[in-house]
Design a protein around this ligand. Structure first.
Ligand code: BGC
Length: 252
């Protein structure tokens, strides 16, 4: 069964058809830049254009870079401020003409990794951190997600952790991998103090470059890159849409 998965990020909107039994991409991944300003109408239009490239009709899963509760966007750290309280699931479904299921982008990546990737079969506490424009987090225990954890906004030096050690900060401040990893290690220590995960999976754009900074990381937990790299968000969103849509269909 193939479901369209979409990952909306601070800099790009990516999509592909996903085989939800295996977690494999069945098409090439398409990417368009996130419109600026990233208003609800502009993003809904861009997502529609991306979807039109696929010959697809069915439920769509969509990861979104904010707190999402019952299809409503509740925060806007790395997207236009007008998103707060927008019923995004309704907006996207109406614009596209197909049911769209929305969830936090890090939760989507976590679902993919726990179902098909580096966290598969793990029953202990597993933590996923997406490192990109922001820092996204997902926590699993006994394979179950605690959604919308938003721990990229833990306070460090008086501001959100993501303003101290995201990949965007590394680029803007022109930090070496060693300098960035030393900041990120402080964040990992904070996470370990609070949650004692046994496995930490690093996802998002920086997961592709794991080899460049792995030697500088230190934590008590095992640290691995996302096995599905930065496709994880697309795969998890598709998987969630398939799951939620089958529940909806069963209850009709
Ligand atoms: C947002 C999170 C998101 C993360 C990664 C943060 O700024 O608050 O919801 O998961 O960025 O995109």
């Amino acid at each position: 069964m193939e479901i369209l998965g979409i990952d909306i990020g601070g800099s790009g909107i990516k999509g592909a058809l996903v085989d939800i039994r295996t977690g494999e991409l069945k098409t090439e991944r398409l990417r368009i830049p996130t419109p600026r300003p990233s208003t609800p109408q502009a993003i809904a239009q861009a997502v529609k254009e991306l979807v039109d490239n696929f010959n697809y009709n069915g439920p769509i899963g969509c990861g979104f870079p904010a707190l999402v509760i019952n299809g409503v966007v509740k925060t806007a750290a790395n997207i236009d401020a007008t998103w707060v309280d927008v019923k995004a699931e309704e907006l996207f479904s109406a614009q596209i003409g197909m049911p769209v299921y929305l969830l936090n982008d890090a939760d989507a990546a976590g679902i993919a990794e726990i179902t098909f990737g580096a966290g598969k079969g793990r029953m202990d506490t597993v933590f996923l951190i997406t490192i990109g424009t922001g820092l996204g987090t997902a926590i699993f225990t006994e394979g179950k997600l605690l959604p919308n954890t938003e721990l990229g906004h833990l306070k460090m030096y008086g501001k959100s952790a993501e303003k101290y050690c995201s990949d965007a900060v590394r680029k803007v401040k022109e930090l070496t991998w060693k300098q960035w990893a030393s900041r990120f290690n402080e964040y990992l220590a904070y996470i370990e103090f609070l949650f004692s995960p046994s496995l930490i999976i690093l996802g998002g754009g920086a997961s592709k470059k794991f080899e460049l900074y792995a030697e500088f990381l230190n934590a008590k937990a095992e640290i691995v890159p996302a096995q599905l790299r930065n496709q994880a968000g697309i795969i998890g969103a598709a998987y969630r849409a398939w799951f939620k849509d089958s529940l909806n269909t069963a209850s009709q």
